[in-house]
Write a protein that binds this ligand. Sequence first.
Ligand SMILES: *[C@@H]1O[C@H](CO)[C@@H](O)[C@H](O)[C@H]1NC(C)=O
Length: 205
Amino acid sequence: MLALHFGTVLLFAATGLLIVASISAPTVAKIDLLHVPLSNGSAVNFGSLGFCVLKSADGTSCTHTGVAYRIANEISSLGIEPFSGAEASTLHGLTGGLILHQIAAGIAGIAFLLAVCSHRIGFLFASAVALLAFLFSLAILVIDFVTFGSVRHHIRDNGGRAEYGNAIWMVLAATIILLFASVATCFACITGRRRTRTRKTAATY
Ligand SMILES: *[C@@H]1O[C@H](CO)[C@@H](O)[C@H](O)[C@H]1NC(C)=O
């Protein structure tokens, strides 16, 4: 029974990681996708639905939580060389896709609940939903690295500092775990069925 739920445990871990990544800045300032330390000692943490400016002296100020935000405006207001108009609107479009963090977390959570309630054939359904969660997680991973990779590159090219934040690594881990979870849950379906069949065969003797 416990071995059958190995995939379920993996789904629990992946859901947890995606939930934590979903409550990144501006919800929790310290959880971020891109960390930009400034020369005056402050830092900007970019998250999935906004960003926060962390000042050592007088606390933290964050934007409202909302789908899509203007990274390029913030970059130029930090005194960094501005993005071109086309780059700025591409970045703005990409930030709209960051809502996939919350959606991927939701789908992974559903796959987990299905796997918890499953025995035998139910695992097949849980495995399919886990595979869907994997695809969403992979999509968000690509969007994260394209969006924040280009911002990071731009800041570094202009003499600033920028590092990928903790949440981006959580999404990477969750994506890998979800792939294994989907396979493990599917495997649970096969072994679960074989076990029942063996039991039935034994009972006839
Ligand atoms: C540092 O600079 C940023 C951007 O100009 C500003 O938002 C922040 O308040 C500054 N921090 C301090 C401590 O003055």
